[in-house]
Write a protein that binds this ligand. Structure first.
Ligand SMILES: [Zn+2]
Length: 301
């Protein structure tokens, strides 16, 4: 019985199942540029091209359509710049396109075009690549991220992007950002900001009750001092004009700080009461609830 390598040496060569391509090229016009592209590779990478080039060439589809500059296929509604990005991704960029000696990160405009064109032509790996690259891209601004989140249903971007948006003071939003952020998300942002502001002002003006400790000998003094300390401490932080202190930061500080003229027993009971009431963490729930609402909205788009 011959050895296996002997069998291979004398067996007839076989065509590779995955990489034996037909030599048919298609000419596609996008704006004023003509592209001559291998049909087999387009079919392999894109479901849309696969369906398009698998149609029987008869009736309304001429048998020679797309096979020459004179009988090309025109792609309307796209720019050659966007189509170039897709082809650069599919077939590799020319070494001359990148700076010598540097492994450059794809630009945000390139990745946005790739995301758009991959979505149009149903190229799932192109779409995944663009999303993954942009997720941590230092040049992707927040407004654009929220815009893409809406346009391409990127639910996974919603929570971090909306939390980042909420952390911004309203006055820091630029006009171009406001125009870019989807109106539903912008409206949610304004609603949550309003809820938070109202809640913070209420917390600042109405101190939580002082709780008398079991070991306290001066409950009235402790209660008065607790109220004054709240107005000078947490209330000032809640209303601070320049620095935003989250409710959680204020709670952490409250748990660690000593309040003179309030006995330890009253202080501990009062702080526990604030903590258990959840009032300082309510703003986190406002945000979470709104994100849940927005995620449901995105899911049915
Ligand atoms: Zn006390």
């Amino acid at each position: 019985m011959p050895a296996e390598d002997t069998v291979h040496r004398w067996a007839s060569p076989q065509r590779s199942y995955g990489h034996y391509y037909e030599d048919i090229f298609v000419v596609i016009q996008v704006e004023q540029l003509l592209y001559r592209l291998p049909v087999a590779l387009l079919k392999k990478r894109s479901r849309v091209f696969s369906d398009l080039f698998s149609l029987p060439r008869s009736g309304s589809i001429c048998s020679t359509e797309g096979l020459s500059d004179g009988e090309l296929i025109i792609l309307h509604g796209y720019s050659s710049r966007e189509f170039n990005c897709l082809l650069d991704y599919l077939f590799g960029r020319s070494p001359n396109d990148t700076q010598a000696g540097s492994k450059s990160q794809c630009s945000v405009p390139f990745l946005i075009s790739l995301l758009k064109m991959s979505s149009v032509f149903k190229i799932s790996d192109g779409k995944s690549y663009a999303i993954a690259e942009m997720e941590t891209h230092p040049e992707l601004d927040l407004a654009t991220k929220l815009q893409l989140c809406f346009q391409y249903n990127l639910v996974q971007w919603l929570t971090p992007a909306f939390q980042q948006l909420i952390s911004l003071p309203i006055e820091e939003l630029r006009e171009e950002d406001v125009l870019k952020i989807p109106s539903k998300i912008l409206h949610s942002f304004i609603q949550v900001k309003h809820q938070m502001t109202t809640h913070r002002l209420t917390l600042a003006s109405i101190p939580p009750p002082a709780m008398a400790g079991f070991a306290c000998h001066t409950p009235l003094t402790c209660a008065d001092t607790w109220e004054r300390a709240w107005k000078e401490g947490p209330a000032e932080m809640l209303r601070h004009p320049d620095t935003f202190y989250s409710g959680r930061e204020i709670l952490d500080q409250l748990e660690s700080v000593e309040i003179s003229d309030v006995c330890d027993s009253c202080r501990d009971f009062s702080v526990i009461n604030v903590k258990e009431s959840g009032s300082l963490l309510l703003e986190e729930h406002f945000i979470e609830n709104k994100i849940t609402e927005l995620a449901s909205w995105l899911a049915v788009l």
